[in-house]
Write a protein that binds this ligand. Sequence first.
Ligand SMILES: [Zn+2]
Ligand SMILES: [Zn+2]
Length: 351
Amino acid sequence: MFCIECGKEDEELFEGLCSSCFIAGNKLITIPPELTVEICAHCSAVHVGDKWMKNELSEEEFIAETIVKESIPDKEAEDVVLEIDLLNQKGSVLEILINARGKILGIPVEREFPVKVKINRNDCPECSKYASGYYESVLQLRADKRVLTDEEIKVADGIIQKLLEKLFRTNRMAYISQRAELKEGVDYYFGSYKASRKISHALKDEMGGTLGESPRLMGRDKSAGKDLYRIWISLRLPSFQEGDFLAYDDNLGQVTDLNGRKIMLLDLKTLGKISLSWREYSHLDVVARKENIKTTTVTSKSPTQIQVLHPETYQPVDLDILPELASLNIGDPVEVIEIKGKLYIIPPKIV
Ligand SMILES: [Zn+2]
Ligand SMILES: [Zn+2]
């Protein structure tokens, strides 16, 4: 037997070739001379097979990974290692030199392959939705029986922006496609319903109020065979703010604090603390605003009574003294609120 390539005799043959002819003819790997990768022009998503996928790799790493995936080692090759060098870039075409090292029949072998990689930059589905102003959900921020204050809008904008930045890291659809300031409040259009839902709960946790949700049928996705809904979420901030005065059942109270879970009140008759849940909201009536608080002076004090001047008529008014008012002395300024013709002392804040 002899090598069909060089004619050498008395050697072990591999597929009719002596070992040196066999090694010389072995390419170590096969790789297409031209490759195309598709990368989103706006985010790091990549198109692989027939799917767009999220991608944590840098562009260089993704191209290297694609090359490794496309390189098929020869069945005789062992310990194959690729070194990938960028030689040149012309527009969207990278000229790359692949240096492959490995062993054939136990003998170290090195091969070089020039490869052209074309980068196609397109819009991934999420970015094309963003570009088209697509939204899944509208969050309507309102206030009950009043307009939102500038301060409330500022606070809400801040909470939304901060949370969106966080959500966007894992959800490309966590964006605002439109923000509309209307007479009755602010509408925020969100790419993602999930994100708008999280944000509406975060706003309620911080600012209180009542949340409502209503889906609206927008049409039908024929390819998926599904109805398409958009979700309107409304967050209605309460008719009152911290410092305002409420009537509930037969009681009167000043709002000292409110959050997503409860409304804290100072009872004006007993000066005790009361905590109400938002379920009680419909039973609460605003009877005075914090702007209605007036300052007057203590004119006399006895173990059971305290006398102040009415802030408008300057007539002396006698009121029952409560332990919380014990620190007040004659001549001290004191805050009072008049509700339904009756005067109440707001105890000095203990700092
Ligand atoms: Zn040979
Ligand atoms: Zn994208």
